[in-house]
Ligand binder design. Structure first.
Ligand SMILES: [Zn+2]
Length: 53
């Protein structure tokens, strides 16, 4: 799983089907980020079993 955060934002995304998934101008991590916020939409998709990574 990869985490992405758009530059200038504090929210991390990990579902490629998130409507806010950064496609350019982003920072990425291969592990769960220790700081910053986790995207609500990504969390909702994960709970629903609908998170594509
Ligand atoms: Zn997201």
């Amino acid at each position: 799983m990869a985490y992405r955060k758009r530059n200038g934002s504090d929210t991390w995304h990990w579902c490629t089907n998130c409507s806010n998934w950064p496609k350019s101008d982003y920072d990425s991590r291969s592990t769960k980020p220790a700081s910053g916020e986790l995207c609500n939409e990504c969390q909702g998709k994960e709970k629903a079993g609908n998170c594509k990574s």
